[in-house]
Design a protein around this ligand. Structure first.
Ligand SMILES: Nc1ncnc2c1ncn2[C@@H]1O[C@H](COP(=O)(O)OP(=O)(O)OP(=O)(O)O)[C@@H](O)[C@H]1O
Ligand SMILES: [Mg+2]
Length: 243
């Protein structure tokens, strides 16, 4: 989707641009939270595109419910393009990270790689990358990431410092993760207040209504324009559904 097709999100664009622009000064993190279908992924994708255009290294991962029980599946998604840098890490960290991905011989002591070493290895990898160009991690549907990956991301978020390293998470309403304990800045999405009426908006509106299960519908209803705030106020009369 190109940027001009995202309607009524000027404030959200500003918040996301501020995160990306602010990385020139220091690391930062932001959680985009909202109901199913409200536009979290669309905003994250836009931010990723903007960052890429500005020369950032953008690393992406998306939580998948079916993989949420697979340890480090999310971390593997996120770091897959950087694995050629792993040999530059201290050997114990490199071994731990590759061990987590099944890419190293099991330790002769038979011990599983320590989460702490894996987190350190990831932090070092990202720090190295951020020394070359600003880095933005874009993690969509973070609530469905496997729990060791979330632990590693929380570890990194707690250590954001002056390096240009940004973290952007998309999380659905009603889900909790260990990231909640960090009290990261949040951008809460509400139904877009100022859409441009037209076919594209109607498609989005239908998709959001379907996914969110709010009961709001663009189909004719007994009460054609629900009084709840799930439909925007500023759509002109001729575009409103008729009974
Ligand atoms: N502001 C917008 N203007 C126009 N279309 C939009 C807007 N926001 C989202 N859409 C479209 O609405 C649909 C749902 O958006 P999106 O997938 O980003 O929702 P989501 O919040 O990530 O949902 P989920 O919780 O299911 O992952 C997509 O087709 C997207 O392109
Ligand atoms: Mg999404």
């Amino acid at each position: 989707m190109s940027d001009h097709q995202l309607f009524g999100r000027a404030e959200e664009f500003t918040a996301l641009d501020a995160l990306v622009d602010g990385l020139a000064e220091a690391g930062g993190a932001l959680v985009v939270r909202g109901a199913p279908g409200i536009g979290k992924s669309a905003l994250l994708a836009r931010a990723a595109r903007q960052a890429e255009r500005s020369g950032f290294t953008v690393l992406t991962a998306s939580g998948v419910e079916a993989e949420s029980h697979l340890p480090f599946a999310g971390l593997h998604q996120l770091t897959r393009t950087m694995l050629d840098q792993v040999p530059g890490l201290p050997p114990v960290q490199a071994e731990a990270l590759l061990g987590a991905f099944g890419m190293a011989q099991p330790s002769p002591t038979g011990r599983a790689p320590q989460l702490f070493m894996i987190a350190l290895a990831t932090l070092d990898l990202l720090g190295e990358a951020a020394g070359q160009a600003p880095v933005l991690l874009v993690v969509d549907d973070a609530h469905w990431l496997d729990s060791p990956t979330l632990d590693v991301l929380a570890f990194i978020a707690r250590r954001l410092g002056p390096e240009p390293l940004g973290m952007l998470f998309g999380i659905r309403d009603g889900h909790t993760t260990c990231l909640d304990t960090l009290a990261l800045r949040e951008l809460r999405l509400h139904p877009s207040p100022r859409p441009m009426p037209g076919p594209s908006w109607m498609t989005w509106s239908r998709s959001w209504n379907r996914r969110s299960g709010t009961g709001c519908s663009t189909r004719p209803r007994a009460t054609p324009w629900p009084s709840s705030n799930c439909l925007p106020r500023c759509v002109s009369r001729e575009h409103r559904p008729r009974p």
